[in-house]
Design a protein around this ligand. Structure first.
Ligand SMILES: NC(=O)c1ccc[n+]([C@@H]2O[C@H](COP(=O)([O-])OP(=O)(O)OC[C@H]3O[C@@H](n4cnc5c(N)ncnc54)[C@H](OP(=O)(O)O)[C@@H]3O)[C@@H](O)[C@H]2O)c1
Length: 268
């Protein structure tokens, strides 16, 4: 199957690296990247065809998937040029806040659209992408897109597009919450007397290590927490603060609520 990647920045670039590592043939890929310097760097690094506009894609190229990875505010321009491929292509968008109906209005209600919310750990292939398709997309194409998205991590599908708002709040924005928690842990360590360098190292290694343990063990988070909590010990003393009525859980509820509201506003 042929694939056109429109926008090869942080997210598109992570996907491209993943596809090439998976062995997707280079001649089945076309990249659209409007910055000449960046386009040349991609050609030099990957020996791949990069054009600066969809208008430059040769007639006859099998555009089975057009993966749109430009910033949401750049999407109008990108989608206008993509319309000429609508008879063959499935349009896969990773742009935050751009709904399936946005693409249907721009391309046509008979267009095949998949809306995806990835997240930043995609850069190290530990992302999670949540995908939602309109009724025009075949099961075979969903399977194909699952494989493409697995190049940057795990993949989950939803049927109800309304769930994209809480998905965005939990996994799309979620890495930032974890980074902020790491910052807070660092600062609390400094206040408890640790030198800044050591506090930073401890917080970073602890968050990364706990995440990796959760991933590799497959054990639920609550069980992993119980496993490190000895009755009457130090962890329990800290958790009694974090798990108090006014502790971490209600704050997280409020944070997710705020992100869901903002996601709805951005989607219009
Ligand atoms: N980064 C993430 O972790 C993340 C997470 C979830 C969703 N997303 C979504 O992924 C999309 C891309 O984000 P990003 O962080 O990868 O952005 P980015 O690094 O800015 O990459 C976008 C790339 O697309 C290029 N571009 C812009 N308009 C174009 C056009 N009309 N044709 C071809 N190329 C064009 C940009 O070039 P110029 O620099 O010259 O404009 C840039 O190289 C966004 O819609 C975002 O919502 C990203």
């Amino acid at each position: 199957m042929g694939l056109i990647l429109v926008g090869c920045g942080k997210m598109g670039g992570a996907m491209l690296e993943g596809w090439l590592d998976q062995g997707v043939p280079k001649d089945s890929i076309r990249i659209i990247e409007r910055s000449g310097e960046h386009a040349q760097a991609l050609r030099d690094t990957h020996d791949i065809i990069v054009a600066d506009s969809l208008d430059d894609i040769e007639d006859g190229f099998p555009a089975d998937v057009i993966l749109l990875a430009v910033k949401p505010q750049m999407m109008d321009d990108a989608i206008t040029k993509a319309v000429r491929f609508k008879d063959r292509a499935t349009f896969v968008s990773v742009a935050a806040g751009k709904t399936i109906s946005y693409y249907e209005q721009a391309i046509g209600t008979d267009a095949r659209i998949i809306r995806v919310m990835p997240n930043t750990p995609a850069a190290v292939r530990r992302g999670i992408s949540v995908a939602c398709a309109n009724d025009q997309v075949t099961d075979g194409m969903k399977d194909h897109c699952t494989k493409l998205l697995e190049a940057i991590g795990e993949v989950a599908w939803i049927d109800d597009e309304a769930l994209m708002d809480p998905v965005t709040a939990v996994s799309g924005s979620g890495p930032a919450y974890v980074f902020y928690m790491t910052e807070c842990l660092t600062q609390a360590g400094i206040k408890a007397g640790l030198p800044e360098k050591l506090a930073t190292q401890l917080a970073r290694a602890t968050v990364a290590g706990a995440g990796e343990l959760m991933r590799q063990s497959g054990t639920d988070a609550d069980q992993l927490r119980i496993n490190v909590t000895s009755p009457g010990g130090t962890t329990q003393a800290a958790l009694e603060v974090l798990m108090a009525e006014n502790g971490f859980a209600p704050m997280m509820d409020q944070a997710i609520y705020a992100a869901v509201q903002r996601s709805k506003e951005l989607a219009g």
